[in-house]
Design a protein around this ligand. Structure first.
Ligand SMILES: [Fe+2]
Ligand SMILES: [Fe+2]
Length: 145
């Protein structure tokens, strides 16, 4: 297969992101339909979480689309340098959260408890990883597009 030109790649990427956004909307309506249909709190919570994630994904996809079609996203070292102290404190708090989450999991036996805790832990690990990555970028200039 012939390699695509950068401009064509951007066009394809924007198309994929727009299709993806449509699927996020579909996911939100499915979640809403299930929320309306059930009285079970655990199912409701799961649907709410998925719905929130879909809304969040939509915003992220839009940011990417805008960065590809309007204005590039740039992350300069000085953007992060001034935030260094905050970021480090935040990172420490997230690390502590992970310790607590682990302790909670060790003290849980019920399937449902572990189900919710494992979701929380995955999220907290994600927060920690995102902050770690931002922290690592302090020394580099990154062009996202
Ligand atoms: Fe999604
Ligand atoms: Fe967190």
């Amino acid at each position: 297969m012939k390699k695509k030109r950068p401009a064509d790649m951007t066009k394809s990427l924007v198309k994929v992101l727009k299709d993806w956004q449509k699927l996020e909307d579909e996911s939100i309506s499915h979640a809403d339909a299930t929320i309306k249909k059930t009285k079970n709190k655990l199912v409701k919570m799961t649907m709410e979480m998925i719905k929130n994630d879909s809304q969040k994904h939509r915003i992220m996809q839009q940011l990417l689309i805008d960065s590809l079609t309007r204005e590039s996203l740039i992350l300069a070292p000085e953007d992060l340098g001034a935030l260094s102290e905050n970021l480090n404190k935040h990172l420490a708090a997230e690390a502590k959260t992970l310790e607590l989450a682990d302790k909670a999991l060790q003290n849980s036996e019920l399937f449902v408890t572990r189900y919710i805790l494992s979701y929380l832990i995955a999220d907290e690990q994600k927060h920690h990883a995102l902050l770690t990555k931002l922290n690592e970028l302090k020394r580099a200039t990154v062009f996202v597009t």
